[in-house]
Design a binder for this molecule. Structure first.
Ligand code: GRF
Length: 223
């Protein structure tokens, strides 16, 4: 972590389209995130469109191959040591003096050993509602309804399958347990009639684009 640099330097980790990365780029370029810059974009997929977005805005962007478990394998206990990929990622984050790591659609699990290096410095966007402390199996919506907490892959489809009327997205601190860290900000979204996973996820992403900027702003303010 850099100490002399007054700016909060983000390392944005992506695996796909990178629309949340774009939201951060746009917020920075339109002066909505003063004192924040994107130091590095890392993708575990060479063809992730988010890498093109980064390069278009002349941001350092790199493909880092990753031989790790996927988010779907969430119930496997975290490995006590870092993987080769995590060691490489750590070196890159240090080289680029990253202060805050943003998982923006990053689809690989990070081990407890990796996360210990960056306490309260890794945040994730999750397309479902988590309770304030991130833990537990239920979430109480603002109208008082208790709904299950949807974690891991296909959280959007899980909400549709469960037949809940309200879902949402949140940004939370990352802990070794997948999608179970303290929430920084969140927004509920009502599920519409005839909604599909695609239509709902697109609407959630619109919300996420605001939430991720808000979460980074909050992290900057407690520096
Ligand atoms: C987002 O919906 C986020 O909630 C989930 O992955 C998606 C990434 O979308 N973790 P994008 O790559 O930022 O467009």
């Amino acid at each position: 972590m850099s100490s002399q640099n007054p700016s909060l330097r983000l390392g944005v980790l992506i695996s796909g389209s990178g629309s949340n990365l774009q939201a951060l780029i746009d917020a920075i370029e339109s002066q909505k995130l003063p004192g924040v810059e994107i130091a590095l974009v890392v993708s575990n997929k060479a063809d992730a469109y988010g890498l093109q977005r980064a390069l278009k805005h002349r941001l350092p962007a790199i493909f880092l191959s990753w031989g790790q478990r996927t988010v779907g394998e969430q119930f496997i206990a975290p490995k006590p040591t870092m993987s080769e990929s995590e060691i490489r990622l750590t070196a890159l984050l240090r080289l680029f003096q990253v202060d805050l790591i943003v998982l923006a659609g990053w689809m690989r699990i990070l081990s407890a050993a990796f996360l210990e290096q960056f306490p309260q410095r890794v945040i994730n966007i999750h397309p479902a509602l988590l309770p304030d402390d991130g833990t537990g199996k239920t979430y109480t919506t603002s109208d008082g309804t208790q709904i299950p907490v949807f974690r891991g892959l296909h959280a959007v489809q899980q909400a549709l399958d469960a037949g809940v009327k309200i879902t949402g997205s949140c940004v939370h601190f990352v802990t070794p347990e997948v999608d179970a860290g303290p929430v920084i900000c969140r927004q509920e979204v009502a599920i519409e009639e005839g909604e599909t996973e695609e239509t709902l996820h697109e609407r959630l992403k619109v919300v996420e684009h605001r939430l991720i900027v808000e979460a980074v702003k909050r992290c900057k303010s407690v520096e």
